[in-house]
Design a protein around this ligand. Sequence first.
Ligand SMILES: *Cc1c(COP(=O)(O)O)cnc(C)c1O
Length: 423
Amino acid sequence: MLPETICLHAGYTPKNGDPAALPIYQSTTFRYDSTENIAKLFDLKDNGFFYSRLGNPTVDAVEQKIAALEGGVGAMCTSSGMAACVGIVLTLAKAGDHIVCSSAVYGGTFNLLAVSLKKIGIETTFIDQSASDEEISSAFRDNTKLFIGETLANPAMDVLDIERLAKIAHQHKVPFVVDNTFATPILCRPGDFGADIVFHATTKYMDGHAIQMGGVVVDIGSFDYAASGKFPDFVEPDESYHGTVYTRDFGKAAFIVKCRVQFMRDYGSCQTAQGAFYINLGLETLPLRIVQHSKNGLEIARMLAEHPKIESISYPALEHDPNHALCLKYLKDGMCSGVMSVVLKGGRAAGAKFIDSVKLCSPEVHVADIRSCVLHPASATHRQLTDAQLEACGIKPGTVRISVGIENIADIKEDILQALAQV
Ligand SMILES: *Cc1c(COP(=O)(O)O)cnc(C)c1O
């Protein structure tokens, strides 16, 4: 099936007389006839649901749909995008281990790695993703367990050179992990270019309507944890699961099974059935929305690129953008969503004035919403970062993130122009 069809039909196939729409299985638990049935489920010898923290039919349908969209062997929904990122890290790394991560990642991811995981003994080296192979390679250590990047960096909008960076990760025998939130699998499938694990804040374009928090981890199934030699937890018996050996018992799905039965079992950051239902509703129209966001985004970007009050704009679909070649290589038809990063002349004050002057676009700590919204990172999402850290993330005091919605383009243009007139 092709993406538009997957969005409507994967994960749930109604049989004769079944509900046509995905039902919400609003139940924490599932009934079985015998202890033998239940024992098999607990031993991972049988597929089935027993407790909604570990699996629920509504959530499962969405997981199958997203796995199909990304071309993965399995997926696991989480309560938020941050939980998906934590789940990946804690499935691969423990105290004493090390991560390499692009510095151009979402502020929340940066903080998780730089501060919170450091407190529990997992250290991260941040690299400039445009640095040379040699320079990036030198950040890896014997105890490095994963390399993280973002397809379209939030908010700098740098495009990740997935193929090149995946090769570097693989030379160091670790999986390449890609946050594909802004691109969505409609515009880019990182697994096609060598990424081994993909994750999303489903909170953004997948939901798309700003109604449901969520995340998802997708296992592409391409990384050989046994051959790597760096992941004893994958090849030695897991005594907390009756001696399960993930690589032996689950093959290409070793990572996602381990992520579910260890991380989700113990940390419990699960998606709900109701939440998964909303995400599914969003996914059904994702291909239409992301194309319209991208079309509107390009029109606004072209207008702003010419505007006298704009110092610079990052929107990789623009021909002169330094990321344009990468955009054409990795993103479908060179489309890059509705998100752009704009630097206003006049710094911090100009950024704040613009946010305070828009009428149609809403000032929100959100992005990738069906409605146009605007944000000033230096006074919101990235306010905990120092100026130097801000700079390392590609953000200036006057940077404004604009997330172009799918309103009529004429109305969006008018609003942005009148707000700029007041700056
Ligand atoms: C929002 C976001 C996250 C975090 O997702 P939450 O659902 O807010 O926890 C991670 N990565 C990117 C790129 C995001 O935009």
